[in-house]
Design a protein around this ligand. Structure first.
Ligand code: FES
Length: 171
């Protein structure tokens, strides 16, 4: 285990035992899972085992809670996170079509990660750019006035930019 990994696990253990909480309550388990996701970016299997051990609860229960809530991620996030706004203004202007385009083009659904690890897809409430609806945020950049064709073009731009960046890194 690297020093950084040891630090993360220690800070998670400290969080679990910091309060005098009822470690069997699901609300405390959810808080701990949030903390773990904040530290790791997702919930690795071995970290969930540590949580179960420290909290003295069956692993199956921890898994059950982690898979029940859509905001917990069980796989490492993609290099780029796509958040599709599903707020009212975007919905009225065709967010569903944009989401269908992404599902089809990337071959994943909300909560998924593309096979090449490049994109994660997630839904979002209002992204605060209703005037540009329908809107998608990729990492921290807003893309508005989208059509299915424009959405595909943007995704392909990310792909080719990443490809040339990796080629440059190898050279
Ligand atoms: S509803 Fe989509 S940005 Fe506001």
């Amino acid at each position: 285990m690297t020093e950084q990994e040891t630090k993360k696990i220690d800070s998670l253990r400290e969080f679990i035992h910091r309060k005098n909480e009822d470690t069997h309550s699901d609300s405390w388990l959810i808080a701990v899972l949030h903390k773990a996701q904040e530290l790791y970016g997702y919930l690795p299997r071995d970290v969930m085992d540590v949580i179960s051990g420290e909290m003295n609860i069956p692993t199956a229960h921890t898994w059950g809670v982690a898979t029940f809530y859509h905001y917990f991620h069980l796989h490492p996030p993609g290099r780029h996170t796509i958040s599709v706004c599903l707020g009212t203004a975007c919905y009225v202007k065709g967010a569903e079509q944009i989401l269908d385009t992404l599902r089809e083009h990337l071959g994943i659904d909300i909560g998924g990660v593309t096979q090449d690890g490049m994109f994660s897809l997630q839904g979002a409430r209002c992204l605060g750019a209703c005037g540009l609806a329908p809107v998608v945020m990729i990492d921290d950049k807003i893309h508005g006035d989208l059509t299915p064709e424009r959405m595909v073009r943007i995704i392909e731009e990310y792909r080719s930019r990443d490809k040339s960046r990796r080629r440059r890194a190898r050279a």
